[in-house]
Design a protein around this ligand. Structure first.
Ligand SMILES: Nc1ncnc2c1ncn2[C@@H]1O[C@H](COP(=O)(O)OP(=O)(O)OP(=O)(O)O)[C@@H](O)[C@H]1O
Ligand SMILES: [Mg+2]
Length: 401
């Protein structure tokens, strides 16, 4: 066995206090990031519910929520505006919305160009495919929407879910990528052969352009050309907005919550993200390790449960099979929990400064207010207040020395 890596010098995190974070009036934005499918949308909704129940006026911006969760939040139609969710007994307000990427993009176009120009852009086939399928558009539009929500000052707290990207970093990279694309030399070369600068276009370039035109098709090139010409006046606008929203993420009052599952890939992704946040000086609340499998009791180790199963079988008698099966289930559960704890420990030894909170897997999907409440309790409850007494920072109790 390899020795555990020596922890980095520096501050060591205490338990993550998400309850204090979301109820603090200074906290205005919480962004939930992480790899695909780890529970970002569910965590966002659960935190928003907890904050509304604690008295805040909250909006959660969800992205592609699972259908049943969307239904229980009243998000039956994609209308790109927050809708109030009825939460009986809550002293605050919970509002939820689902990002409509295309609508958000259209609104930006309309807000930043003359009516005729907007009409041209919106009708352009290249724009239509860009606004619904360009990689990074969803991330960019999520940020755009966040900027709009923040500007309205209607909300005490905005909780932002992030798109189901392969990499959590895509969310942070999107504004730059988008403005680089729209501003890109390549697209200009392709689309504006009559501009100054192209007077010097060589025979080589003309040849190149003809080939590209053949590959892409003349119509597409004309669409791109018309689109870029119409969008020209907006270039500055896009870049400025992207920069402004990015800055919003660095302002005091914004916190990131990184979500992962106790699996190597998800935790690796979380690790990259944590490094990036620290390089960008963006505030990290901590890591949520979601869907863990803590055993019902930790009094019996896997080895002892296995041994006991064999003894019971050897002794025979009524119920022996059943008892042995139950002991084996427990042994498996202990092994799984040990593996999960080991993965969490590995993350912590690389990032001792990052607070961690584990959230056990619920029996089924989390798709209604009760399910969200259960998850919120796991996220915000007091650290030691669990049925087995294992602190919420861990899957298994720390080994006694
Ligand atoms: N603690 C949990 N216990 C049980 N099920 C959970 C838990 N957390 C999330 N889930 C379920 O896992 C699935 C994925 O969760 P969710 O949609 O929140 O992930 P995501 O990170 O937003 O995914 P994507 O990257 O696709 O957007 C959902 O069906 C959700 O109900
Ligand atoms: Mg999601």
């Amino acid at each position: 066995m390899t020795a555990a890596r020596a922890p980095r010098p520096g501050p060591v995190a205490g338990p993550m206090d998400l309850d204090a974070l979301i109820t603090d009036p200074e906290t205005r934005i919480v962004v939930c990031c992480g790899a695909g499918g780890v529970g970002k949308t569910t965590t966002s909704a659960a935190l928003a519910l907890a904050a509304a129940e604690a008295g805040r006026t909250v909006v959660v911006l969800t992205i592609d929520p699972a259908r049943r969760l969307a239904q229980s939040l009243g998000l039956v139609e994609l209308d790109n505006e927050p809708r109030r969710v009825d939460v009986p007994g809550a002293s605050g307000e919970l509002h939820a919305m689902m990002l409509d990427m295309k609508r958000t993009f259209d609104d930006v176009v309309v807000a930043h160009s003359t009516p005729e120009r907007a009409e041209q852009i919106l009708a352009n086939p290249f724009y239509q495919s860009l606004s619904s399928s360009f990689a990074g558009t969803q991330e960019y539009m999520a940020m755009e929407k966040l900027g709009q929500l923040r500007a309205s000052d209607r909300w005490d707290l905005i909780i932002v879910d992030t798109p189901p990207s392969r990499s959590a970093l895509d969310f942070l990279d999107a504004p730059n990528r988008m403005s680089r694309f729209l501003d890109g030399t390549m697209i200009r070369l392709l689309t504006a052969p009559s501009r100054t600068g192209f007077k010097i276009a060589s025979a080589g370039f003309m040849f190149f352009s003809r080939i590209i035109s053949k590959i892409l098709g003349g119509q597409l090139l004309r669409d791109i050309s018309a689109f870029v010409a119409a969008l020209d006046t907006m270039f500055g606008g896009f870049r400025e907005r992207a920069t402004a929203t990015y800055e919003l993420l660095r302002r005091p009052g914004t916190w990131f919550v990184v979500v992962a599952t106790p699996e190597p890939d998800a935790l690796r992704e979380a690790s990259y993200f944590v490094d990036r946040l620290s390089a960008e000086e963006m505030p990290l609340a901590g890591l949520v390790v979601n869907r863990t499998h803590p055993p019902a009791t930790t009094a019996l180790s896997a080895t002892r449960a296995e041994g006991a199963a064999e003894e019971v079988l050897e002794a025979g008698g009524p119920g022996a099979d059943l008892a042995a099966a139950a002991l084996r289930v427990h042994a498996e559960r202990m092994l799984l929990a040990t593996r999960e704890q080991h993965l969490a420990d590995r993350f912590t030894s690389a990032h001792p400064e990052v607070a961690v909170r584990t959230v056990p897997a619920a029996a089924g999907d989390v798709h209604d207010l009760d399910g969200l409440r259960g998850m919120a309790e796991a996220l915000t409850g007091a650290d030691g207040d669990t049925p087995t007494g294992t602190p919420r920072t861990r899957v298994l109790p720390a080994r006694r020395r």
